[in-house]
Ligand binder design. Structure first.
Ligand code: NAP
Length: 520
């Protein structure tokens, strides 16, 4: 039997009482470890975090909590090699793709540690955040209204997706812990090992007060039941699970605040008049191929729809396909391999099914099936080559605007003019990110504003930033992550904006002397 990973709740490591669910190596098919949450006293675990963890965190200032994050960063950096090995084994990712998750998570945590330093002066006594200027309520200004943000006195429950076991934890935990709110993380079962190991390292280092960080691995059964009015839930995953969470009685009846990051049909748009050979054209081609293959396309922000002017459809298909053809797919332990595996047999089946669905309304421009699988048994490894589809009449292909295939798959769509292109992008019903490729600042700015209403982030790429831009799919802690509509309607990151979710806003109406006393 493989090792059974323990849960850390109520300040203790606790094994589930069931047989456990095995986690697999998606390349070799071998069993790795097991997870189980059967028999945990969840109400007690939530109460412990809320009462002990919350009180201890709130007793510190923002600056002091920022210092805790900085200490956590050091511990995670020191153990990085172990995380890399777990990612290779459990996520089947090549080194660069594992780094997106591991280093991306650590970088995001480090960013919030630094932001904590900036809150020392501006926050009231280090215990709350001042929100805007005081407003006069009386004629002479003797009685005023000052808005404050105070840390919510509950737990932050994170329910995470399988594709970012590191980043998914730290991009949420950084803002929550900095805010003074204790964290309980429930990673997706398939890749729970990395999350569990990182939490273990932080716990063992004794940096955080008891109850500040808990991890529950395994089934989500009963997980939402102990939620109380001041708790918050941050969910990342499928739209189906999101709908279950939104409608859960504990959330509906107790007004528990929920943030949802769900699926998304992100677009890349080449603006008109950029012929093959132009820098903008080449930048689009490069980014599309990169986005399709990074983490085998298992990124919520990956490009799913590629829009180009009608006249460039053939040239774009050829150029993207030529890049994809060079991608070596297979065992991430083989140095020549650039793209590893999907995370599980279930994901492999879902990608194949999604591809079959999209193929009913599209043509295959580059077929992933033509890629041989390097250094792995194709009957066992969850590996697929990248596939570029194309819909010559994108108005008549509703599925490409609706079906998210969570793998190395994108669809090329020709447009007549910019208005048509924007209309097609909007058919995604709200996405996390759209990227624009062009060379004229005014046109890029115009299109960016047009797309802003439908996206949490618009990424404009022009030749002058070719070597500097951070990538369509890379989520930077300085920028908002989340999208309206189908993308879940959530907001994460965006620098200090992320702290809003973990705070409660209140207006303090009082005389000037009281407001002066507030500021300390
Ligand atoms: P999922 O099946 O919805 O699972 C997400 C999480 O929810 C897992 O931890 C899962 O636990 C848990 N869960 C399942 N049923 C639940 C329930 N009834 N109550 C509470 N929790 C429950 O999604 P996934 O397959 O892991 O992730 C893929 C999807 O996530 C894609 O659609 C992708 O677009 C989206 N995604 C979005 C973002 C973003 O930031 N917007 C980022 C990454 C992924 P178990 O694993 O134990 O079932």
């Amino acid at each position: 039997m493989t090792e059974l990973l323990k849960n850390f709740v109520s300040g203790r490591w606790q094994a589930g009482t069931g047989a456990g669910t095995p986690l697999f190596d998606p390349v070799l098919g071998t069993d790795l470890v097991r997870v189980d949450s059967t028999g945990l006293d969840l109400p007690a675990a939530f109460a412990f975090a809320r009462e002990q963890g919350g009180a201890a965190l709130r007793a510190l200032s923002y600056r002091e909590r920022g210092a805790l994050l900085a200490a956590m960063v050091k511990v995670l950096q020191a153990n990085r090699d172990a995380y890399d090995q777990i990612a290779t084994a459990n996520s089947g990712t090549v080194k660069n793709d594992s780094a997106v998750d591991i280093d991306g998570g650590i970088y995001t945590l480090a960013t919030y540690a630094k932001l904590g330093e900036t809150l020392g002066q501006t926050s009231g006594n280090g215990r709350f955040l001042v929100d805007g200027e005081a407003a006069r309520l009386s004629k002479d200004g003797g009685f005023q209204s000052q808005h404050l943000l105070v840390p919510t006195q509950g737990v932050a429950l994170f329910i995470n997706a399988f594709n970012f076991p590191s980043w998914g934890l730290w991009e949420k935990a950084g803002p929550a812990l900095l805010s003074g709110v204790p964290v309980i993380v429930k990673p997706a079962t398939a890749t729970a090992w990395l999350t569990q190991r990182m939490v273990q390292d932080v716990v063992d280092a004794g940096i955080l007060p008891p109850g500040a960080l808990s991890v529950i691995c395994g089934s989500s059964a009963g997980l939402l039941d102990p939620l109380q009015p001041f708790d918050v839930v941050s969910f990342t995953g499928s739209a189906e699970t999101a709908a279950l969470i939104r409608s859960h009685p504990a959330i509906v009846q107790r007004s528990v605040r929920v943030n949802i990051e769900a699926d998304s049909l992100n677009s890349a748009l080449l603006l008109p008049d950029h012929a093959p050979g132009s820098e903008a054209f080449e930048l689009l081609v490069k980014e599309v191929a990169r986005e399709m293959t990074q983490k085998s396309g298992q990124k919520c922000t990956a490009i799913r729809r590629v829009l180009v002017p009608e006249a460039l459809y053939g040239a774009a298909a050829e150029a993207i396909s030529a890049r994809l053809a060079k991608t070596r797919v297979g065992n991430p332990r083989n140095e020549s391999v650039r793209m590893g595996a999907l995370v599980s047999r279930a994901q492999l089946a879902a990608v194949r099914e999604g591809l079959a669905t999209l193929k009913t309304q599209t043509a295959v421009l580059h077929d992933g099936a033509t890629h041989s699988i390097v250094d792995a048994d194709p009957a066992v490894a969850c590996c697929v080559g990248p596939t570029l589809l194309g819909a010559r009449d994108p108005d008549a292909a509703p599925l490409v605007h609706d079906v998210e295939v969570f793998g190395p798959v994108a669809t090329l769509l020709p447009y007549r003019d910019l208005a048509h292109a924007l209309q097609l992008v909007q058919r995604g019903q709200g996405s996390l990110v759209a990227s624009l490729y062009g060379s004229r600042p005014a046109e890029l700015a115009h299109a960016a504003v047009e797309l802003a209403a439908w996206h949490g982030r618009v990424h404009a790429v022009s030749p002058d930033v070719a070597a500097q831009h951070t990538g369509h799919g890379n989520v930077m802690p300085q920028s908002l992550h989340g999208g309206p509509g189908r993308a879940g309607g959530g907001e994460e990151l965006g620098g200090l904006r992320a702290l809003n979710f973990y705070h409660r806003r209140a207006a303090i109406q009082a005389g000037s002397a009281v407001l002066a006393a507030l500021a300390g």
